[in-house]
Structures are given as C-alpha cells and as structure tokens.
Design a protein around this ligand. Structure first.
Ligand code: GLA
Length: 400
C-alpha cells in the first residue's frame, strides 16, 4: 500500500462506539453496524470508518508485551473483525491512549508506541483514535502525539491518526506536524443542546488550521441518541439534531456517528444521510465555515447567525442558524458579506430539500424557526441570468 497517499482529503466519516455503547461493545455489535452501513445507505453516503472506542482491550498485555483484546467481547479476535469490516468495503478503527492507561483504565501505549502501531498495522487497523488520559509527568502532549504519529508512519500502512487531546495544548497549531489527520479541540460532547452549542462555539478562530488531511474535531455526533446511551444528557429534538449536523457540516468537521444505527429513526436517517448537507461537509476545497461577523468565541446574545463556507466549484454554502428557542427570525445574507459582487445574479438551492429557491442579486434571505437551520447553496450565474425574487418562504410557520 502507498503510505504517501493522502489519508483524509475530506473530513473523515464513520461510526464510533463510545457515545451510545461505552463499555458495552462486542464483535456482534460492530459487525451489525457494518451491515447496517451497507444496507441502509450510510456507506453510499460516504460513511467509511467503523471504530471501536475504549474497553475493547484485555486487562493486561501479552507475555511478549503486546496489546490484546477482551476475549469475552471479541471471541473471534480483532484481526477477524477487521477482515469482516474490510469485506464490506469499509475501514476499521480502534482506540488507544498516549498515557500509561486508557481513560477507562486499560493498558495504553506510552512507551509502547512502536510495538502498538505495528500490532495495529498487522491487525488491519485503518484508523487510530489516540486519547490523553494518564499522561506521564515531564512529557509534553505534542511529543506524545508525535511519537505515535511517527510510529504509525513507520508501519507503512495508511492509518488515519485521530488525536483526542481535548484541545489542552491547542492541537490545531501542531496536530498536522505530529502526523495527525484530525484533533479534538474540546472535552467530550454529551447529548444535549447546550453541550453541542458550547462545543460548536469553541471552533471559532480555528478555521485557518483546517484543510485537506488536517481537520479540527469538535467530537463525535450525538444525532439520534434521544437521551439514551453512554453520553446521554437529556437529548434533543429532531430539529435540534438537524442544527447539530448542519453545524458540523459547515465546520468541515469529521462526521463520526455516535448513535445506535441499528435503531435509527426515519428522522435520524434523514439527517445523517442528507446529501446536500454532506456535500458541504465533504467539499474538496476543505474550508472550515464560520459565522459572518461572529468570529469570536462568545455567542452570548448572538442567537441569529448567518454562516458561509466557500466551496470548490465557486459557489458558497450559506447557513442561517436560529439558536433562539422562542422566536422565529428572517435572516439576510448579503452578497457583499459572501464576497460576491452586489449585482451578480446567483442561483440559490435549498440544500436540505434539494429544491431551487430562485435566482437573486444582492442578497438572499431565509425565515428560520426556533432552534432550526436553513442551508442554501449560492452559485454565481451568468450576468444576464433572469432574477426571480421570491418571497421568503414561511412554510411551517404558525402565525409568524
Ligand atoms: C475520553 C475521550 C472519549 C472516549 C473516552 C473513552 O473521555 O475523550 O471520546 O474515548 O475517553 O474512555
């Protein structure tokens, strides 16, 4: 295999066991997830990595110092599981930690970086999530990640390196130099509107560090958890999960599903499989979007935000976020704020519904319900294109 190839040209997409299952993982669950990925269209939509998080490990290393698996949970073994995932055309991910123990207390990779990287490569691992618990004194975070980054490269196998450093040492500034393809920028997400928004807010200012093969990671998705599972915390409505997904798409964030896809509702699938939103996330230009005029980390009182994300075909994704729980609001995106000339006609497509909105010059607006989002694709048109201004759509709006 060619280890020089770009491993994460667009934000990685997949599933991780932690948010819903925590310690309750086994090989049947992981195989079921792979089967669902194929059967229910996740694979076709771009979801690729099936990742087991902490608590796959045995309590101790083998006599010759290698990591090994919990045989109660994985009786057929991790290599056989990796083979199974590969047989479905998917990729297999695993978890370890840069300290002396994993966050859940299992053996971790400090001092064993090379042997563990080699073990993972031999098992057929394609993705390593690398945590930050039980860090030894006197060693810096960047050094710990650089060691594993080097060890993974030395195996010759393309292994996506996901640095789970929680933003402690500002990994956006050094992650790609340590060999990481994505790095957590915050502590753990839980399944609540406040947690989700609080994490999204912290991405402001990190845009310049993101790009092909190097992504800011605001943590795994909680879409579809509905207040159940390991990271449960009250849950959200479907519309709120749609806002969560839209934010992660505009942020060019990795899209790691955290819910139980075996039991996903129709609404959950509509969100996670929305082609328009995913196309924004996966756009090859790899720009991390941001709010127009909201470039700080304090969203206090900034309930109505218009975001832009330039795309590779010269169009611009525009998201109108209503973070207010009580009031609907009409929001405006002026061309000037999108770096489009005022008089340039632009076609506008609603990315959620895939419906044409019209052809506009100067600006486009959207009416957005409480805790909802509207996402458009604004595409510059020939200068003689006919302008078809339409009234702001108020579908679904009760008396507003
Ligand atoms: C940390 C990470 C989580 C998860 C757990 C596992 O908290 O941030 O994402 O991997 O450890 O123990």
């Amino acid at each position: 295999m060619d280890c020089r190839s770009i491993i994460a040209p667009t934000p990685p997409m997949g599933w991780n066991s932690w948010n819903t299952f925590g310690e309750n993982i086994d090989e049947k669950l992981v195989k079921d997830v792979a089967n669902i990925f194929v059967r229910d269209g996740y694979k076709d939509a771009g979801y690729e990595y099936v990742v087991i998080d902490d608590l796959w490990e045995a309590d101790e290393r083998t006599a010759d110092g290698k990591l090994t698996w919990d045989t109660d949970k994985f009786p057929s073994g991790i290599p056989a599981l990796a083979d199974y995932i590969h047989s479905k055309g998917l990729k297999f991910g695993i978890y370890s930690c840069s300290g002396i123990r994993t966050c859940a207390g299992k053996p971790a990779s400090y001092g064993y970086e090379e042997v563990d990287a080699q073990t993972f490569a031999e098992w057929g691992v394609d993705f390593l999530k690398y945590d930050y618990c039980y860090k030894p004194m006197g060693v810096s975070g960047p050094e710990l990640y650089r060691k594993m980054g080097q060890a993974l490269r030395a195996t010759g196998r393309p292994i996506l390196f996901s640095a789970c450093e929680w933003g402690h040492n500002n990994p956006a500034t050094w992650g790609r130099f340590a060999g990481a393809h994505m790095w957590r920028t915050t502590g753990d997400i839980v399944d609540s509107w406040d947690s989700m928004l609080n994490i999204a807010e912290k991405q402001a200012g990190l845009e310049v560090y993101a790009g092909p093969n190097a992504w800011n990671d605001p943590d795994m998705l909680v879409v579809g958890m509905y207040g159940r599972g390991n990271a449960a915390d009250g849950g959200m409505s479907d519309t709120e999960y749609k806002v969560h997904f839209a934010l992660w798409c505009m942020l060019a964030s990795p899209l790691m599903i955290g819910c139980d896809v075996r039991k996903a509702t129709v609404a959950t699938k509509q969100i996670l499989l929305n082609p328009g939103f995913i196309s924004v996330n996966q756009d090859p230009l790899g720009v991390q979007g941001r709010g127009i005029g909201y470039n700080d980390k304090d969203w206090e009182g900034q309930d109505f935000q218009v975001w832009s994300k330039p795309l590779s075909d010269g169009s611009i994704a525009v998201a109108f976020f209503n973070f207010n729980g009580d009031r609907a609001r009409t929001m405006v995106a002026p061309w000037a704020a999108l770096a489009i000339h005022d008089h340039r006609p632009c076609h506008v497509l609603d990315l959620w519904t895939a419906q044409e909105v019209g052809t506009f010059d100067r600006y486009v607006e959207a009416h957005v319900q409480p805790h909802d989002v509207v996402m458009y694709k604004v595409t510059p048109a020939p200068s003689d294109a006919k302008i078809q201004h339409q009234r702001v759509r108020k579908a679904g709006c009760d008396g507003c």
